[in-house]
Design a protein around this ligand. Structure first.
Ligand code: EPZ
Length: 418
């Protein structure tokens, strides 16, 4: 059990570079298996989810190596569609993207049910609905999803709920289906667009990504190419919130400011100075933040993945804040841990009511999931005394060297292994 030990009270100052986006990385990696040629990726972050997915793909027969410059090369010429390791698949959510990829490539897939953060039921009915619409037979047997299709055929699919995962899985399968597929009520997250960009560079024909109607004209063949993934706007948001919470002055580099509009708007509403230009955003705290209300929504609304981190900032805000989580039904597990640090938060249904307190005090806390861990790190950075954030395995899934980045900004932070 790896922990971070933080001496709170330091103002974060300086410049920090954001890594490539986790949720784009775990979508383009399986997409690389859609052809036999080599695909090359820049900016894939060195995080646990990328390492786990690489191990899964190697177990399936793909060759994957990261060169000294950080370029990740994937070659999938010796692939077996029924050798997805169950133990590794359960370590992350995105392993289920292999369904769409293996169906498109081989017409057959056996993929164990995925894992991922425990933030709700996380059903996959929309994935199955979409793959069946494309002509696949999909069954669940002993925890393994088995899908087969002699030939995938384009279809019009309306998603009952805006689902990033279902949009991506259907998109992957549709690239090599016969005919045209229309995905309506599609997710518009930037990593859906990033995946579509990569697929089109491979020779696919995807239009409308980033809108709620995506049109895919299936093609016979795809070929290898190079792709640099987009920056991680949730890591950027986490660093911006940490700067605001510690009374700091930080320039977050390698961002696409547009992707952070909801977070920047909320920080400005809280009285924090936010300046953006090209590919950086500067966050300068101007005293105790004001209370603000937040409601999570699919992109371009306020991102659910930044809900837990911003609740740490609002725990010390001047006033009462209301955070309504509309995407996940169990994404408030960080609240109990923040209250152990002196926060005054109660949860009523899908809403966390945060009565701001002047400051928090350090103690030992546990990361229950990836973004809960991020929230506790932000709390530890501003709390009086020492905070020990344990179960860092959750955080290391999605943040690359977060302790080193924060230390370079002046935080007193170190890792303590068991
Ligand atoms: C992706 O999860 C992200 N994970 C999550 O980030 C993120 O919170 C989520 O999108 C929303 O933005 C990855 O990209 C690997 P959804 P995903 O399908 O695809 C319901 C993080 O912290 N739904 O968009 O699993 C579902 O219950 C992680 O980086 C169905 O009902 O999310 C939820 O209420 C956590 N049926 C809503 O849709 C389905 O078949 C959105 O889920 C699928 C989803």
């Amino acid at each position: 059990m790896s922990c971070l030990v933080i001496q709170g009270g330091r103002h974060l100052t300086g410049r920090v570079r954001v890594s490539g986006r986790k949720n784009a990385a775990v979508a383009v990696l399986p997409a690389a298996l859609l052809c036999e040629d080599e695909n090359r990726f820049e900016d894939l972050p060195d995080i646990r989810d990328v390492r786990t997915f690489s191990e899964i793909m190697q177990a399936m027969g793909a060759d994957i190596e990261r060169d000294p410059q950080g370029l990740l090369r994937v070659r999938a010429n010796g692939l077996s569609p029924s050798s997805v390791p169950q133990d590794l698949s359960k370590r992350l959510r995105a392993s289920y993207y292999l369904l769409g990829v293996l169906l498109a490539r081989f017409g057959y897939a056996e993929v164990p049910l995925p894992g991922g953060c425990s933030i709700g039921l996380r059903p996959i009915d929309q994935h199955i609905k979409g793959l069946r619409a494309l002509g696949a037979e999909v069954e669940l047997e002993h925890g393994v999803i088995k899908a087969r299709a002699r030939k995938l055929r384009g279809a019009s699919i309306y998603l009952d709920v805006v689902s990033v995962g279902a949009t991506i899985n259907i998109l992957l399968a549709a690239t090599r289906a016969e005919g045209t597929t229309i995905i309506e009520n599609a997710a518009k997250e930037p990593h859906v667009v990033d995946l579509a960009t990569f697929l089109n560079t491979m020779g696919a024909d995807v239009r409308g990504a980033g809108t709620d109607v995506i049109k895919v004209r299936g093609v016979e063949e795809l070929h290898g190419c190079s792709h640099a993934i987009i920056p991680d706007e949730i890591e950027a948001a986490t660093l911006m919130l940490a700067a605001a919470a510690t009374g700091g002055d930080v320039v977050v580099e390698n961002v696409i400011p547009k992707h952070l509009d909801p977070v920047s708007a909320k920080l400005r509403e809280a009285g924090v100075h936010v300046e953006e230009n090209g590919d950086w955003i500067r966050v300068k705290a101007t005293g105790r933040p004001k209370a603000v209300n937040v409601k999570t929504l699919p992109y371009p609304g306020f991102p659910t993945d930044a809900q837990q981190p911003i609740s740490a900032l609002l725990a010390i805000a001047d006033g009462t804040s209301f955070i309504t989580e509309t995407i996940w039904e169990r994404r408030f597990k960080h609240v109990g841990e923040l209250n152990r640090m002196g926060a005054d938060i109660r949860v009523e249904g899908h809403t966390a009511i945060i009565n701001g307190v002047p400051d928090l005090s350090g103690t030992e806390v546990r990361a229950t999931d990836l973004r809960a861990g991020a929230a506790l790190i932000i709390a530890g950075l501003m709390a009086k005394g020492e905070t020990k954030v344990c179960d860092m395995e959750h955080v290391d899934r999605g943040y690359e060297r977060i302790d080193e980045k924060l230390s370079a900004l002046g935080a007193c932070i170190c890792r303590s292994e068991p």
